[in-house]
Structure formats: C-alpha cells, structure tokens
Ligand binder design. Structure first.
Ligand code: GP9
Ligand code: MN
Length: 622
C-alpha cells in the first residue's frame, strides 16, 4: 500500500521544487528571449513575481488528481506549460509578439511548420527541456520519497497561488490603469500579468469578442458612421481626382519589402534599380507605413480592400470570413470593373478562397493555375519571375476594366535564393539574414521589371495604373543588430517605427511623377485609389482611410498596438518622440491624439466583431 503511494504520488517538497524550477526557467526566457524593457521598480518587481502565482496554480491542479494518476497529470501539465513557453519563443523570434488564441486557430491556414519555422530554432533550445527529463527521472526513480501531501497543504498552496495572481493584477492596475483598455498592447500585458496569466486573459478576451456579433444592433453602426462623417466632413476635392478614370488597376504586393531598400546601395550596387528608376515617373509616397499585425500579408490585403484596421490578434481573413463587407472589388464592380487575384500559393493559405469570395473578387488564380516545379520554386512556392510570366495569359483574357491584385512571394523569410537567381553581385559566401534579404529583394525588383516589359508587350501598360506597396517588414527586431551594422546607426524606438515604412508607388503611364510627402498607411490606399479613379461608392462607406492625394491630409497613422505617428511626432512604447530628430519630447505633444487613436481602433474592431456592415445593407433594402 505504502509502495503504491510512493510510486504514483509525489511529495510536497517535489512540488515546490518543480514550481521554483519552472519559475526560474520562465525568468530566464523573459530575460534572454523576450525584449521586455522596464522603467520603474514596480514593473521590474512584477516581471520577477508574475509567473510564480500562475505556475503554482497550474501545477497545483495535479495535486487534486487521484493518487494513481497524479504523477502523470503533473508531468502533462509541466510539459504543457513548457510547450506554451517554447511556442511563444518561436513566435516571438520572428514576430516580436506573443501567441494569441486566434493565432492557434489560423495555424493550419498558414502552412503549419515550414522552412521559416525551422530557421527560428536555435541549437541551444533543447536546454529548455532538460528540467523535464530531470523531474521525470526523479519521479520514475522514486528518489522522491512521497512525503505526505495533506489536503491542508494542497489547499494552502492553491490559495497562496491565487492570492499571488490577484496581487499581480492589482499591482498591474496601479502601475498601468489603462492596461485592459489597451488590450492589444500584448507586450504590456505580458510585462504586467506574466506570460501565463496573459494567456488566460487572452482566452477570456476572445470569448467576449465572439459573442459581440449577437449583441450588436443597427445603432452601433450609426455611432461609427457619425464618427467617420465628422472626420471627412471638410475634406476638399483633390486636383488629381479622376486622373486615372476608367483605367485598369494593377496592384502589386511586394512581399516583406521595407522602404529602406529604396535608393540604397549595398557594396556599390542598387538593391532595387528598377523601382528606383520608375520613381521619377510615378506618384511616390516616402512617408508611408505598413500597419499590419498578426495577419501579415492578409492584414495588408484586408486594409487595402476595406479601409478598416486589422485585428489585434489573428487575421480577419481567418476569424471573420463570413461577415458583410463593402470591399473594393464590390465598389469597383458598380463601375463595371472585374476583379481578380493572382497568387501562386494554396488557395486555403490565410483562408483566402473564402475571404476573396466574401469581398467580391470574381476570380482567384491560386497555385493550381500555375505550373510549379522543383526548378521554378523556392521557399513558399513559385518564384516571382515565372509567377508574372505565367500570369500574363490570364491577365490578357480578363474583361476590362479590371482590378488585378498580384501577391509576390520570393522575398519571404528566411529569404532563400538559388545562385542562378542572384542579381546582386555581392561576394559574401555565407551572407547573414540581412544580406540574404537584400538578395531576394533584388530578385523581386528584377521580376517587377520583367512584368512591366510584359505588360507593355501585351498592350496592357498604357491603359492601366500600377500600384506597388510593401506588405510589411521583412527584417524583424530579432535581426536589428545585423541591420544596425548596415545602417550604421542604433535602432531606437523612434527609429524602429521609422523602419515600418514600406514603399508605396503609383505609376500612371503618361502622367508626370511627383513626390508626395503626406504621411499615410495601408488603410489609406483604398480611398487614394477611389480618388484617382474618380469613383464614389453607391452605399455608405465605413472607412478609416484618407486619400493621400487629398489637399487636406489626415496627419495620423495608427498602428495596431496603439503606437502612432503624426507629421512631427512618434508615440511608441509609452513615450513621445520628435519624429525627425528622434529626441524624446514632453508627453503633452502626443496626448492630443490619444482619444482619436483609441476611437479608430475600437470603432474598427466593433465593425468587424459586431459584423456591423450588415446593418447598412439592411438599411439600403428598407
Ligand atoms: C503566403 C504569403 C506570405 O501566401 O501571404 O505570407 P505572410 O507574409 O503573411 O507570412
Ligand atoms: Mn507577407
């Protein structure tokens, strides 16, 4: 009987030992993997203490399992918590962000494990699992002598853990009263609540969001409409309105292309010679930012077609593909446009097949329309040069005018390229990630150049406008040390926001070029396109964007984590900066924008989670 107890159960000191080991491991991960900066004593205290309560509680659950399965329950919980930490490490290494519930659900839509994921694994990672082996050995070998685990001890452990969690939450409130209002600032949440408590909060937050649709009614859409009308009430018409009336629209998403490559030379060679060459004959917006979050390419697509912000967690494409939207293809259709997307990846990636149908695209040329072989593909799939070449016959056959969106792919992390596709003559044998990035951007530039030639050859160039935009950053914060060497400067928080600039180029054949210094972001692309085409949608539009050719620009670009830039200032990581000099300035320079930033993000979330655009359709039908 006594033997059974020793074999299946475990002792109180063993439990305490396990809690301490996992706590220390979590702190090591906070310290070495997550870039959690603290500025006050309370913040530092919270970071040190916040994992303890939740670890005590979660491992403590096994204390209440029947003795027979208690060791197994303990090990399962311990492995799950370690797995959660490791999942966050891998996610953070690339996205500099923490996993959310929707990210887990979209895993199957983004190809699961790929070369990109393997690139993120370090040789030191197995060290993070050594404790599991040691604890399991202690249990199996019965070194642990099964000291009594009385009900009083178990209950008091659980109660102290819960008390510690409550203490952390209360102190978090004192440190940061806005904490739960700005629930999309995940770095702050992890810093304050701890990575385990953050996941509990994220589960609760997402379940609340899922019921929002059921409780929404038509008055909710009125509130948003009022806000938007007030913003747009005195926007004067632009002198360029209707400049591209009736033309085809060719939109090209430049995968992971940051603005820093434009007009930059590496070892004396231009990285984007073709893009540089068309700038003088195009409308070029040098102060343009991406605003994507966890939905990456799909977030950019969503903003461009809808003028709404992406979600703070997950992709709208995956989370709300059946909502009512009034997207760009639908608006353009009212003016006789045919819409198509060209992207040689699986149609299920980012749930595109469903979302494109919802947004009113007539045709999606996905991977199955292309000849993809071992020779003509790399990383995620078909290389950009054959992609454009194989797209031309389909494009030629589209009814005109058309809105055709092309999504490039080769310049995707981890930036792989075969020697025969290298157009940069740099001689590095083992280039680091940043140099690999420059090589794949150079390849992408060559692909665009050849596409322009093909458009001309096939008589599609003169009657089209070609719009190019970078979808999001390519070099994440994890590689900033390498990037600092290339840029030859330190990347401060202000500089980090500046690095979120992506190219935005509108090429209108036959029209003169112009540099437009207005600040803008991807939410503004839709209004800019409609303005150039001189199109006024028939139904009421809910859109947070602003035409960038307008004479009265919005002077605000809002990022999903609540950071923002204005013409003069940057607000990020709870500090206000003079955007141009990079100096920290008084917070009062940034506070006048706070309400507006929160309103924009909250109203946009309400539209998406409440599926509010369905009420506009109902009103039109009345
Ligand atoms: C894949 C493409 C790239 O189809 O969208 O993925 P992302 O940049 O979103 O990781
Ligand atoms: Mn992308």
């Amino acid at each position: 009987m006594n033997g059974m107890k020793k074999l299946n159960s475990y002792s109180f000191p063993f439990y305490i030992l396990a809690v301490i080991v996992l706590w220390l491991k979590t702190l090591v991960i906070y310290f070495f993997e997550f870039d959690l900066r603290t500025s006050t004593f309370l913040e530092t205290f919270l970071i040190l203490v916040n994992p303890l309560g939740s670890i005590g509680l979660f491992l403590g659950i096994s204390l209440f399992f029947p003795k027979k399965v208690r060791k197994t329950a303990f090990m399962v919980l311990y492995i799950l918590l370690t797995g959660l930490l490791y999942g966050n490490i891998l996610y953070y290494r690339f996205y500099i962000d923490f996993i959310t519930v929707p990210v887990l659900f979209q895993f199957q839509n983004v190809g699961g494990l790929s070369q990109s994921t393997l690139e993120l694994i370090n040789w030191t990672d197995p060290l993070l699992f050594i404790d599991i082996a040691i604890l399991a050995w202690l249990l199996v070998k019965r070194v642990d002598k099964g000291l009594p685990l009385t009900i009083i001890k178990r209950t008091s452990m659980i109660c102290s853990s819960i008390a510690l969690i409550i203490l952390v939450i209360l102190s978090g409130f004192i440190e940061n009263p806005q904490l739960f209002k700005k629930s999309y600032d995940r770095e702050n949440l992890v810093k304050t609540l701890g990575s385990f408590n953050y996941h509990i909060y994220d589960i609760l937050f997402n379940s609340k969001m899922s019921v929002q649709r059921a409780f929404a009614d038509s008055t909710d859409v009125d509130d948003v409409t009022k806000y938007i009308n007030k913003l747009n009430s005195n926007a004067p018409p632009s002198s360029m309105s209707g400049l591209a009336k009736g033309k085809n629209v060719i939109l090209i998403s430049l995968e992971s292309t940051q603005q820093l490559v434009i007009n930059r030379k590496i070892n004396g060679e231009e990285i984007t010679p073709f893009l540089n060459s068309i700038l003088k004959d195009s409308l070029y917006f040098p102060n343009f930012y991406h605003q994507t979050a966890q939905g990456k390419t799909s977030d950019a697509e969503f903003m461009i077609d809808n003028g709404l912000y992406p979600l703070s967690g997950g992709s709208v494409f995956v989370r709300r593909p059946r909502n009512d939207f009034y997207a760009l293809p639908e608006i353009l259709k009212e003016d006789g446009y045919y819409s198509a997307v060209f992207h040689s990846n699986d149609e299920t990636f980012w749930n595109r097949e469903n979302m494109y149908e919802t947004m009113g695209y007539d045709q999606f040329f996905s991977k199955k329309y292309y000849h993809v072989s071992e020779e003509n593909s790399v990383n995620y799939g078909l290389k950009d040069i054959p992609f454009f070449e194989q797209s031309i016959p389909y494009l030629k056959d589209l009814p005109q005018p058309f809105y055709a969106k092309f999504l490039t792919l080769t310049n995707h992390f981890p930036f792989l390229l075969e020697p025969e596709d290298q157009f940069l003559k740099d001689d590095e044998e083992n280039p680091d990630l940043v140099h690999r990035y420059f090589r794949t951007v150079r390849y992408e530039d060559e692909a665009i150049k050849r596409f322009f030639t093909l458009l001309k050859k096939n008589g599609l160039y003169d009657n089209s406008i070609i719009i190019l935009y970078g979808d999001h950053y390519g070099i994440s914060k994890s590689y900033h040390k390498e990037l600092e060497q290339v840029l030859d400067k330190e990347i401060t928080p202000n500089e980090q926001i500046d690095l979120q600039k992506v190219p935005f180029i509108i090429h209108i054949p036959g029209e003169k070029g112009k540099i437009i210094k207005t600040i803008g972001g991807q939410t503004d692309i839709r209004q800019t396109i409609l303005d150039l085409l001189g199109i006024h949608p028939e139904k009421p539009v809910i859109d947070f964007g602003h035409s960038l050719i307008s004479k009265k620009p919005k002077d605000l670009v809002v990022f999903r984590d609540g950071s923002f830039v204005t013409k003069k200032y940057t607000f990020t990581e709870n500090a206000c900066y003079n955007k141009l000099t990079g100096d920290k300035v008084k917070m009062s320079k940034c506070t006048p924008y706070f309400d507006r930033v929160q309103n924009e993000l909250n109203f946009s979330d309400n539209v998406i989670f409440g599926d509010l655009l369905r009420f506009n359709d109902e009103k039109m039908a009345e």
